[in-house]
Design a protein around this ligand. Structure first.
Ligand code: ADP
Length: 183
């Protein structure tokens, strides 16, 4: 199995759920920048205070801040990992490349979780997180299309991309994901 994975896809596609399950079953480090940022907000650290208002608007926290979080985690970890919610724009993807080459590591596979906007919006509205109201969800989808979606072409050109249908039950998606990762 691949040990260094990246999960890409719009908000609500199920990245976090699938990433968490796969990381647990394969013994990989699950690195979710969204979760790590929410923990900083919760703990009211200076970093969390800087991120809170940006997250509440559905915009992206600064690249430098997010990169610092990812760098410290990856530098302290020698095994496999699964990145979820990072990179979110081309600058972050380039910064990640630099960080990984300094660690002598590389991305082995990028999984793109795909789902229709109507289903995404329904799922997010049902979840009820602080940034899951209609207006902020709409903005997060715009930010995804404009800033994150270009990464699909980027990783496809590198031959790293696999597409995964995000529709259906958690177990059904988990089974399709496992089938994608057998080689
Ligand atoms: P979702 O993918 O469902 O929108 P996340 O938990 O991945 O949720 O992210 C929630 C918020 O955290 C984002 O809207 C953004 O403000 C911030 N965030 C998470 N990851 C990043 C990142 N890599 N770069 C910048 N901001 C981020």
């Amino acid at each position: 199995m691949k040990q260094r994975l990246l999960f890409l896809g719009p908000p609500g596609a199920g990245k976090g759920t699938q990433a968490q399950r796969l990381a647990a079953s394969e013994g990989l480090l699950h690195l979710s920048t969204g979760d790590l940022l929410r923990a900083e907000v919760q703990a009211a650290t200076p970093l969390g205070q800087e991120a809170e208002a940006v997250m509440a608007r559905g915009e992206l926290v600064s690249d430098a801040l997010v990169l610092a979080i990812v760098r410290s985690r990856l530098e302290q970890h020698s095994g496999g990992w699964l990145l979820d919610g990072f990179p979110r724009n081309l600058a972050q993807a380039e910064a990640l490349d630099g960080l990984l080459s300094s660690l002598n590591q590389r991305i082995e596979r990028v999984i793109l979780l795909e789902l229709d906007d109507a289903v995404l919006i329904q799922r997010l509205l049902g979840r009820g997180r602080a940034d899951d109201n209609a207006e902020v969800i709409a903005n997060r989808l715009v930010v995804y299309r404009q800033q994150t979606a270009p990464l699909v072409d980027h990783y496809e050109a590198l031959g790293l991309l696999s597409r995964l249908d995000g529709a259906g039950s958690i177990e059904a998606i988990e089974a399709r994901l496992a089938a994608l990762l057998v080689d």
